[in-house]
Design a protein around this ligand. Structure first.
Ligand code: BDR
Ligand code: CA
Length: 313
């Protein structure tokens, strides 16, 4: 089994991504590390516990990471995810489950002793702290997949920036820079591909018909998200970014793209923008594999079959 740590800021789509990962038996989720992003840190922790309880997987440890970005002031995305960070579902709280080490210590310990990949679904603050504290442990990451950035797609936080990298651009810049130094590539699952992953009302009804328990949970946590997308852009459905990063980790054939050098801008109008040097102007090492195409049907076949545990392939 491939081992993985999921670094996230749950968040509605993070929660769907956790559900997909936990239903995929070919991977072992060693732990979940929380970063502030969509929700403040403690709210993200509370939401991760709610998802684990729903999946009957409270055995998976959750570790608390950064409660603020490296330099910029913290700016949550509760306008998108609801005041509880989980679509205003206000599910019953789960008490306890605090670990006695923090996220970066857990990452250091795990990466020092075993091969493990990381799927990052939020701002890259925890990973930047890891580089600053133990670059050797960071270098041991087997595969690093990050939902964030955009190549040609319009931003969702500014005209040019995606939320995760906009929220903590210094952290993203450190991670991309370190990947370049290590001559490795981060798998950038950005808005070019995730914007195409729209959970439509039809798909949700289909899921409900097949599995009332999963369907009603997803309906509860996505209702706010549907309303948000309608108000924001008149989209009938909601874009679920984060599960695509997990799906790509499970089956890379779902997406395709190209490798290039990427730098992250930190300030001014371009804050959080991923500068993708597709024509190699800067003559720098390719530090990223940028996904540009996605087989949407393959994604939903995988997502639905896994979370409902019914084989469709
Ligand atoms: C990303 O930002 C968050 O709102 C989502 O959880 C996702 O990780 C999309 O830009
Ligand atoms: Ca997220």
């Amino acid at each position: 089994k491939r081992k993985v740590i999921i670094d996230c800021d749950p968040g509605i789509d993070d929660s769907l991504a956790l559900m997909l990962a936990l239903s995929s038996l070919e991977i072992e989720v060693l732990g979940i590390t929380i970063v502030c992003g969509n929700a403040p840190l403690q709210l993200g922790f509370a939401n991760a516990k709610k998802v684990l309880r729903h999946m009957n997987r409270l055995d998976v440890p959750i570790y608390l990471g950064a409660d603020k970005p490296l330099q910029k002031p913290f700016c949550d995305a509760l306008d998108t995810h609801g005041s509880d960070g989980l679509g205003e579902s206000y599910l019953e709280e789960v008490a306890g489950y605090e670990q006695n080490i923090d996220a970066v210590s857990f990452l250091c310990e795990t990466l020092t002793k075993e091969a493990c990949s990381i799927i990052a679904l939020g701002p890259l603050t925890n990973l930047a702290h890891l580089i600053q504290q133990n670059a050797a442990a960071f270098a041991n990451i087997e595969q690093l997949v990050s939902m964030g950035g955009s190549y040609k797609a319009h931003g969702n936080c500014s005209p040019v920036a995606e939320y995760n990298y906009w929220e903590d651009p210094e952290a993203a810049a450190i991670v991309y820079h370190e990947m370049e130094r290590l001559q490795k590539q981060i798998h950038m699952v950005g808005l070019d591909v995730t914007r195409k992953i729209v959970l439509t009302p039809n798909l949700l009804s289909y899921i409900e018909r097949l599995d009332a328990k999963q369907g009603s949970f997803i309906r509860k946590i996505t209702k706010f998200y549907y309303d948000f997308h309608w108000k924001q852009e008149h989209l009938i459905g909601c874009v679920i970014n984060d599960p695509l990063a997990v799906a790509y980790f499970l089956n890379p054939a779902i997406c395709s793209g190209f490798s290039s050098n990427v730098q992250v801008a930190c300030d001014g109008l371009s804050r959080g923008q991923t500068i993708v040097d597709a024509y190699d102007f800067y003559q720098r090492k390719a530090n990223a594999h940028i996904l540009t195409q996605v087989d949407v049907h393959a994604f939903f076949r995988l997502f639905i079959s896994r979370i409902l545990a019914i084989p469709t392939d």
